[in-house]
Design a protein around this ligand. Sequence first.
Ligand SMILES: Nc1ncnc2c1ncn2[C@@H]1O[C@H](COP(=O)(O)OP(=O)(O)OP(=O)(O)O)[C@@H](O)[C@H]1O
Length: 360
Amino acid sequence: MSVTPPRLEIRNLVRRFDGRPVVDDVSLKVMPGQVTCLLGPSGCGKSTTLRMIAGVEMQDEGEIYVDGKLICDTVFRVPPERRHIGLMFQDFALFPHLTVGDNVAFGLSGSKDQKRARVKELLDKVGLKRFIDSYPYLLSGGEQQRVALARALAPRPKIMLMDEPFSGLDNRLRDDIRDQTLEVLKQEDAAVLLVTHEPEEAMRMADEIALMRDGRIVQQGAPYNIYYAPRDKQAVAFFSDTNVIRGTVRGALTETPFGQFLAPGVPDGNDVEIVIRPQHLKIEFDRGGKGPLPTPQHGSAARGEVVRARFMGSESLVEIRMDYDGSVLKATVPNVFLPSPGRVLWLMFRRDRCFVFPVT
Ligand SMILES: Nc1ncnc2c1ncn2[C@@H]1O[C@H](COP(=O)(O)OP(=O)(O)OP(=O)(O)O)[C@@H](O)[C@H]1O
C-alpha cells in the first residue's frame, strides 16, 4: 500500500542569527488541500521559517521536502524559482503598469490562449473577471488583494506560503476576503502554510494550528484541540483572557475558595495554577448574604464585589474583586448584563472547562 507523502515537510529546521537560534528544531507536515497556520507572537520566528521554505533564507540545520523529495538541506538546495511555491505577503505589490490580467499572467508559461484561459479562470474564482483589462489603481485594497492571490496561484504552485496576508485590510473586509481566499485555496488543492499572530485568523482559516513560541513549535493540532486542550497557561492566554487561581496539591487534590480540584500526577506540596476563561466562570446572585449551594459540575461559589461592567457588543464583561484575596476575576455573560460597582455577586468554576497546570 503506498502512502501519500506530505506535500510539504520540514524536519528539524534551525536558523541562528549571531549564535541565537530564532528557529529552533522546527518540524512540520502539510498535506495537499490542507491549511496549516503558524501562529505565534511577533518575533517568534514564523517569517524566518517561511523564508527558509521559500528558499530566500538558508537554514543552519534541517531538511525541507516537497512530495517526499528533498529540496533543501545544508548542502543541497533547489533554487526558489524551481520549488513550485507561491508566495503572498502583507505588502503584496501588484505591478502598477500592467493590467489586472497581465499581473495574473506574469509568472505563467504556455501559449497566449492557454495563459488567457488560466487568467480568466482565476479571476472568475476570485470574482474579478470584469476587471481583467483594468489597471490596479482602479481597484480597492480588498480587490487588489484578491488579484494578488490569483497571481500567486496562477502557475499552480504545490505550496502556498502566506505571511500575514490580510493584515493590511480593514476589519470589515477582512472576514469576507479570508473566507473567499480559503475557498479558492481549497479548490486549487495547494498545501498552505499561513503565518499569523492573530488567533481568530488561525481559528478561521486553519485545518491545523502550529503554535510557535521562542523559535519552537510548542503545540500542534486542530484548532478545537488547541483551544480545549492547551498545553500550558500561555497557550490558553493566546486565545482569550484568562483567570488564574493558585493552589497547593495534597493527595492529588488542591483546595481553593472554589472547592477542590483534581491535580492528577502532581506531587504533594507542589503548586498548581487553575486557569479558566472568562466565559466559563458562572455568575450567581447573592441570596441574602449566601451564595448558591455547591454542585459537582461547578464546585463551591466564592463571594466578590463588582468593580466594573462593560458591554462589549455580543457580551458583557464583568470584573469582580474577590473577598478571599482581593484579586480581580473577569467573567463574560452573553448579551447585556451591567451590575453596578459594589454589587455582591458569587462566582463558580466550570470543572470541565478549566485547566490545571503544575507551576514549574
Ligand atoms: N536577518 C536577520 N538578522 C538578524 N536577526 C534577524 C534576522 N531576521 C530575523 N531576525 C530576528 O529573528 C527573530 C524572529 O524573526 P521573524 O521575523 O522570523 O519573527 P516573526 O515571528 O515572523 O515576527 P513578526 O510577526 O514580527 O514578523 C526576531 O528576533 C528577529 O529580529
